[in-house]
Design a binder for this molecule. Structure first.
Ligand code: 5GP
Length: 253
């Protein structure tokens, strides 16, 4: 069998050329990294969970009309997605203070923000994805004003959708990161959600206990990351069917 052409290998995913022009196969690895890959581990089964969870979120977003790259899941670790030209920004939406925002502004983790706050980071591993302003984005031509209007609207729609889905299963959506990409229809271009939406790129806290159910479990050595992601998948009814509820909290916030 002919080997597929690898287009790109990142920290958590590999992209292969898809079967049709304009498509890509996105393979979810078990690798976990944090602090710009200074901390690394292989968490068996993480890729399978993130493949299913990203499918779940992207499908739900598609059903409410939020355009995204997902086409179909191919197998346990792979999904077919639309090829996009990635906008070199990480778009972060925060509902509660945590992580770098808490550190930067001295706000206690878990403090509810007056409204969702959207931040932009320039996607560059070598620089550690620095926070940038819309001035930088416009001046360096990373995105136009129209793009920024569309990005803000997409980010807030994702936030409303994800917050609601999570709240329904007793999970607080603290913050998340998305990426967007351009697709071209003739002379027209539009922006769609790309990359992945999974517990690797969100902060998810149990509403009752404050238990962390996201990548902070790995970043901060709070317990078994696979257990945490399995718990999210189980509550959402995603998989695996026979997963048992977590019995041992990894952290009470
Ligand atoms: P913070 O800026 O507090 O580190 O992250 C804010 C949110 O964006 C968190 O949910 C975090 O998981 C997500 N995030 C920020 N940068 C990255 C990144 O480079 N990769 C991933 N997967 N998520 C990120």
């Amino acid at each position: 069998m002919a080997r597929r052409k690898k287009i790109y290998e990142g920290k958590a995913k590999i992209l292969y050329e898809g079967p049709e022009p304009g498509t890509i196969v996105q393979y979810f690895k078990d690798d976990a990294t944090a602090f710009n890959a200074e901390k690394k581990a292989v968490i068996e089964g993480k890729g399978v969970l993130n493949n299913r969870l990203s499918e779940f979120f992207m499908t739900g977003l598609g059903q409410i009309g939020v355009p995204n790259h997902f086409i179909k899941r191919l197998n346990m670790r792979e999904q077919l997605v639309r090829q996009v030209e990635i906008v070199p920004l990480e778009i972060i939406v925060r509902n509660y203070a945590a992580g770098t925002m808490s550190k930067r502004l001295g706000i206690e983790e878990g403090t509810q923000l007056p409204r969702p706050i959207v931040e932009y980071c320039y996607k560059d591993d070598a620089l550690g994805d620095p926070l940038v302003t819309e001035e930088h984005i416009a001046a360096f031509g990373w995105a136009s004003q129209q793009d920024m209007d569309d990005i803000l609207s997409l980010a807030l729609r994702v936030n409303d959708f994800l917050s609601g889905v999570m709240m329904a299963v007793g999970i607080r959506l603290v913050d998340f990161k998305i990426e967007v990409g351009r697709i071209f229809d003739g002379d027209f271009q539009r922006l769609i959600i790309a990359d992945e939406i999974s517990p690797d790129s969100c902060r998810l806290w149990d509403i009752e206990t404050g238990q962390k159910l996201d990548k902070d479990v790995f970043r901060r050595d709070l317990g078994d990351l696979k257990d945490a992601y399995t718990e999210v998948a189980r509550r959402l009814g995603v998989m695996p069917k026979n997963a048992q509820p977590m019995t041992k909290p990894t952290l009470i916030n």
